[in-house]
Design a protein around this ligand. Structure first.
Ligand code: SAM
Length: 213
């Protein structure tokens, strides 16, 4: 398969429609196309974790990361998303872009462990809710689910301020966690109460290696 170049991948991801009416409590904001392209491109080019693989996207929203994985040759990509409207937009994006082998399932990510999805995926990717809306620790709960669903690697974004804690948890899970990139994440003013037009936060892009454990 011809590998998609990073720039081309970003161009495609710019066509992914986002949340029509973002829900504050679900922390609904799409991963910006540039960041999503860099994440998925790195997953494939540096770690060979996408092409031909079974990929899950937890809290998949409108499909930004799922579509990135699909464009880079995943054998099958499944997004899991709680919100009906986001599931609909995800599916419409997939139809509009004429992409095969990708779908979104409406599900609460926290209810996935113990289901048929345990260890069903080679690779799990997520941009989880950071847990800033009366749901502290939500990103860690998502990460825990990722560890249960994947056999190969889990990729996730977390605030840099939580780095030491995540490294400690990673050891407890028996995973080899590594910060792959440090990002400045531009959280756009999707919500009315934001006073600034946009807000940069420091975010780590993590890879957790589960192979040969
Ligand atoms: C930060 S957004 C990321 C969206 C998308 N993955 C992306 O990268 O553009 C987090 C997503 O998680 C979803 N979400 C929040 N809690 C959830 C839960 N318990 N189960 C499934 N999805 C959830 C939200 O609706 C939202 O779409």
């Amino acid at each position: 398969m011809t590998r998609l170049k990073l720039k081309k991948l970003e161009e495609y991801l710019q066509c992914v429609d986002g949340f029509e009416k973002p829900k504050l409590l679900l922390e609904q904001y799409p991963t910006p196309p540039h960041i999503a392209a860099c994440m998925t491109h790195c997953m494939q080019e540096q770690h060979d974790d996408i092409e031909g693989k079974l990929v899950a996207d937890l809290g998949s929203g409108c499909g930004m990361l799922s579509i990135g994985a699909t464009l880079l040759g995943a054998q099958l990509t499944i997004g899991f998303e709680l919100d009906d409207a986001a599931v609909d937009t995800f599916r419409q994006n997939v139809v509009d872009m004429e992409l095969p082998n990708v779908d979104c399932i409406r599900a609460d990510v926290l209810h996935l462990p113990g289901s048929k999805w345990d260890k069903a995926f080679d690779t799990v990717v997520m941009n989880p809710p950071f847990g800033t809306k009366h749901n502290a620790g939500m990103d860690m709960r998502f990460l825990d689910v990722g560890m249960r669903l994947a056999t190969g690697a889990v990729y996730s974004l977390h605030k840099t301020s939580t780095r030491a804690y995540i490294q400690k948890k990673s050891k407890e899970w028996g995973a080899r966690g590594k910060v792959v990139a440090e990002l400045r994440y531009n959280l756009e003013a999707s919500y009315k109460f934001h006073k600034q037009k946009s807000k940069d936060i420091e975010v780590d892009f993590w890879r957790f290696d589960l192979s040969e454990l």
